[in-house]
Design a protein around this ligand. Sequence first.
Ligand SMILES: *Cc1c(COP(=O)(O)O)cnc(C)c1O
Length: 420
Amino acid sequence: MDHFQIRDGVMHAEDVPLPRIAEEVGTPVYVYSRATLERHARVFRDALSALDHPHIAFAVKSNPNLAVLKVLANEGYGADVVSGGELNRALAAGMKPEDIVFSGVGKTHAELLQGLDKGIGQFNIESEEEGYELAAIARRHGRTAACALRVNPDVDARTHEKISTGKRENKFGVPLDRAAEIYARLASEEGIEMRGIAVHIGSQLADLEPLETAFGKVGALIGEIRAAGFSVTHADLGGGLGVPYKAGEVLPSPADYGAMVARVTKGWDVRLMFEPGRVIAGNAGILLTRVIRSKRSGNGPPFVVVDAAMNDLARPAMYGAWHDFEAVEPTGERMTAHIVGPICETGDTFAMDRECDALGAGDLAVFRTAGAYGATMASSYNSRGFIAEVLVDGDKFAVVADRIAASAIMDAERVPEWLL
Ligand SMILES: *Cc1c(COP(=O)(O)O)cnc(C)c1O
């Protein structure tokens, strides 16, 4: 459930009519709903209520906006970060260092040091090499870093190949069949404290079965590691739960997920950790756009050119992803159209042959489910700058990220004197 609904013929974000935001802030613009974020955060937490004090770390990469992070910090969420930049954001939003988990295959020396310096709660180590490097840095600074070893369970998440992370050929984690020996070797390193296993097999999972298979393998591995005499007190089960992108689409609910987790992890005797991203933020945001013009195309459907483009919302171009597209003030009339942005790439296509609300030049429309992997994946391609982000709360709203004009990006560039 979300708070982007038609009221008196006009789509609102909570109690704010979207045309008001378009007028005051301009388009295209991302609009997030605080009530929806909070609702999703609570639904996910409630779904895990059968577990013993689970730790929930929001995957910052899905929506790193400071105001969004603050809403989730207020809900008691920690953060899963994958770069020093994200770590700074989580801290700036008020997340406690001990509630922050640092994932990622390519943490640099500087980032490992930064995590140690800030006293984060856990490093998810993705290779034996990284473990030794972190241990050496920690020893040099007289610290001990709490670590989980991320394993690659070789499970097909049955999602888009670009967001599948748990197959043998993917770059993430250490192979499951070598995990116990690597864990044992790292456990004897001074400077790090091996305390757990982490797994994350992919994103936008439409099916719980691959997750259940992966968790089953983690359970067996924990048993193996303990049998060898080492301690395991934590298990980080990652994120990945999918969300409906199409009206009427049904996916496993957080409650289904929570019940599966409770069943599979029974008797593990660890603190469970979770890293949800999309399931919290996806349907808590929309991309508000205005139709520039409608362009005839021979005998086919018209091209409806909107002012948002693939640089603002990359998912359709990157993953062939579907986003529901709806008029802000629907008349009841329908049309079939190709929905495209202004960028000079055929890939700048949001939808082909889409049956949708009838729209013409100047009309406002939204792409739904744009709260996760939306603004965060933006680029300035075609010198379009970065668009603004707005957070709505009841009948008020605030700009929570300023538009960054193309001219501001140009201002950071220099023509060297020897070219003049
Ligand atoms: C991307 C990612 C997540 C979040 O995935 P969602 O599908 O958004 O829930 C969690 N953990 C890790 C390590 C990730 O890379």
